[in-house]
Each structure stands twice: as C-alpha cells, then as structure tokens.
Design a protein around this ligand. Structure first.
Ligand SMILES: [Zn+2]
Length: 91
C-alpha cells in the first residue's frame, strides 16, 4: 500500500475504495484484455476527502511525483458506496 499526505494534511492511500480512481486513456482501453495487463497501463488518481484535491500519477514507478489539481470550489462532491445519494431521481 502506498500513501502520502495531501497539502491539507489528510492522509491519502492507494487502496481507499471510495477515493482512489483508476483511469484509462480511451485509446488504450480494451475490454478483451486481461485485467492485470490493462491495469498496468492505467493512471492512478487519488482524491482527497477533505479538500477535494486530485493527485494524478501520470507516470508509473518509484519516485514519481503526482501532479496536483485543485478544485476551486474546495467542496468535495458527495459519494456513496451504497449508491444512495441526496438526489431525488426522476421528476
Ligand atoms: Zn487535501
């Protein structure tokens, strides 16, 4: 498990199921490929639950410094593992 401190002081880690994103470049995504091979080309993005900064690891390997992206609103968007949100649905 990898971890780091966000600039706000929050402890971030790569195995947080709600706040760690695995993204793929559209041109590299292949549903027929083995998941391990596909994940080896993914980009990890860690999201801070406190300040909503995103930390993108555009390169792989040890010593890679993540790129910081700041949400100008500084308010985390609500997420839920259970799929329950405050939204009312169809009107
Ligand atoms: Zn933060």
């Amino acid at each position: 498990m990898a971890s780091m401190r966000c600039k706000c002081g929050e402890h971030l880690r790569d195995d947080d199921p709600e706040w760690t994103l695995t993204v793929f470049r559209f041109g590299e995504f292949d549903v027929d490929e083995e998941s391990a091979d596909l994940l080896s080309r993914s980009t990890d993005i860690w999201r801070c639950r406190n300040c909503d900064r995103l930390w993108a690891f555009w390169q792989r390997g040890s010593g890679v410094v993540p790129v910081e992206y700041v949400n100008p609103l500084k308010t985390p968007i609500a997420t839920s593992v259970e799929g329950t949100t405050e939204e009312s649905g169809a009107s």
